[in-house]
Ligand binder design. Structure first.
Ligand SMILES: Nc1ncnc2c1ncn2[C@@H]1O[C@H](COP(=O)(O)OP(=O)(O)OP(=O)(O)O)[C@@H](O)[C@H]1O
Ligand SMILES: [Mg+2]
Length: 497
């Protein structure tokens, strides 16, 4: 079949880095083509060149049989290529309908009220088609302001907007990173419907199982080069991982059993089960997105006021009212929302890692110029943060590598208890393995870990004990070794207990 998109020898260089070093790729009409690769492999760069946000250094791109104009978002869009970004480009105060037709209202016949009503009908139709609701708009009210819609609903509006412009290729960069399992399934259904309409999708994800279920073909990138493109029937998890990281991963979750020691943290709510974490153990906190896990740990950290909770630290009652107090006790937290969490994008990676640790630099070695670098280097290595130079600005790192910098900041603090909220979201399989090894190391060193993860197999395999939350209450405590995803889900959804 004639390709819709054909890319030959695509090159993009940054100072010292070959983000793309000559990539070839073809996308057929109506094909879902996934791109996988480690953090920093060049996936986002590839999409940004197609969407016109970045200008390549070399390469030939053809779309629909004609050369694709380069470096112009408007030109890409008018050719029929639209990117659905993680940060939304919709205008929050406008309704879904207004957003869908923004800038091309005149495509809809009629004037004034007649046109508005026609646009409403069209957007309801587009949303309904995407969501498999032939009679309605799939539960998304086209007249609601976008600011009142949930993340997955906004995604649907973005896709509907692309369809209203007759887009032929939709680019999705980690679209499911913050979605629940159910929302992910809905997005995948929408992607499959796009395919039956002949629309192609380029789909980036670190969730390899997802890729295997939604894609027709998968391209593996590594260090800015294409390793291979395989039909999904021939792709296996192991093959993809080998392509991405250059080796097989024999044990997905290399958990070492903890040896619970002295009591670190106790949380006693006025309602529901109490939670405790001892030195030398990993305690998992499972539950559906929105069940109150993040809220609970933010309260521990003094970032949220919860008069209904009583806390004890090493056996003594405490009530942290600010993160700095929690930090002084020896509690560290890698937050879920890592975008807004204190990275200074223009400063170097080493300085960012050192910033919350200046006390250590002063108390320990001299506040010498090499201080931040010496502190940062082992962490950069352990977490495999991909960079050209430790003093390179954080802004120039790929998304996943920026997340690892936040992890490194907290790991450098050497807290006695580390709270990890979705620590492996958005990071590649290889880096996940390093994360797991670090957790093993932490508990071997007698520290405690409180792990929140929506990845059920992960939280079960990597914890010693598990708590399950439902509707802001802790409803079950389980031995992680005996737990199955089904049991945990049953508690989380209220089908049991
Ligand atoms: N503005 C920039 N300046 C310098 N280097 C950059 C810049 N933008 C990206 N890079 C580098 O280009 C490489 C590819 O980055 P890219 O964002 O495409 O990776 P990715 O595959 O999307 O990774 P992730 O899975 O972490 O999102 C990385 O090594 C990154 O550090
Ligand atoms: Mg990326």
């Amino acid at each position: 079949m004639e390709s819709l998109l054909s890319v030959r020898g695509l090159v993009k260089r940054y100072a010292g880095v070959h983000a793309l070093a000559g990539v070839d790729l073809d996308v057929c009409p109506g094909e879902v083509h996934a791109i996988v690769g480690e953090n920093g492999a060049g996936k986002t760069t590839f999409l940004k060149i197609l969407s016109g946000a970045l200008h390549p250094d070399a390469g030939e791109l053809r779309f629909g049989g004609a050369p694709l104009p380069l470096g112009s978002p408007r030109a890409s869009e008018s050719c029929g290529i639209v990117a659905i970004y993680q940060e939304f480009t919709l205008i929050p105060a406008l309704t879904a309908t207004q957003n869908i037709f923004l800038g091309h209202e005149t495509d809809v016949a009629g004037h004034g009220a007649a046109r508005r009503s026609a646009m409403r009908t069209r957007s309801a139709r587009l949303l309904g088609d995407l969501l498999g609701d032939t009679a309605g708009s799939g539960g998304v009210d086209p007249e609601r302001p976008v600011r009142e819609l949930s993340v997955p609903e906004r995604q649907m509006v973005e896709i509907a907007r692309a369809l209203s412009r007759e887009s032929r290729l939709i680019l999705m960069d980690e679209p499911t990173a913050t979605l629940t399992a159910q929302e992910t399934a809905r997005l995948h259904d929408a992607v499959r419907r796009l395919r039956t309409r002949g629309v192609s999708v380029l789909y980036i994800s670190h969730r390899l199982e997802e890729v295997l279920s939604v894609a027709d073909r998968v391209t593996v990138l590594r260090d800015g080069r294409r390793v291979e493109t395989v039909a999904v029937e021939e792709a296996t998890l192991d093959r993809l991982i080998r392509g991405m990281v250059g080796r097989s991963i024999s044990e997905r979750y290399p958990k070492e059993a903890g040896r619970a020691g002295g009591m670190l943290l106790e949380i006693r709510p006025s309602d529901g089960l109490a939670v405790h974490v001892r030195a030398g153990e990993v305690v998992g906190l499972a539950g559906l997105v929105g069940s109150g896990r993040t809220e609970l740990v933010r309260a521990v950290f003094g970032a949220e006021r919860r008069p209904d909770l009583a806390f004890a630290w090493c056996g003594r009652p405490v009530r942290p009212v600010a993160p700095r107090e929690a930090i002084r006790l020896g509690i560290g937290m890698v937050p879920e929302d890592r975008q807004g969490q204190g990275l200074v994008p223009g400063l170097g990676v080493d300085v960012n890692i050192a910033l919350p640790n200046l006390d250590r630099l002063r108390a320990g070695w001299l506040p010498a110029r090499g201080g931040p670098r010496r502190l940062a280097e082992p962490l950069i290595r352990d977490l495999r943060i991909r960079l050209a130079d430790p003093s390179q600005p954080v802004r120039s790192l790929s998304g996943g590598n920026q997340q690892k910098v936040v992890l490194a900041k907290w790991l450098a603090r050497r807290s006695r208890l580390l709270i990890l909220d979705e620590p492996t979201r958005g990071i590649d399989v290889g880096a996940k393995q390093e994360m797991y090894r670090l957790m093993n190391q932490l508990i071997r060193d007698g520290k405690g870990v409180l792990l929140i993860s929506s990845d059920l197999p992960e939280v079960i395999a990597m914890s010693d004990r598990l708590y399950v939350m439902r509707r802001h209450r802790v409803v079950a405590e389980l031995d992680a070794r005996g737990a199955s995803p089904e049991t945990v889900m049953a508690h989380a959804t209220g089908l049991r207990g």
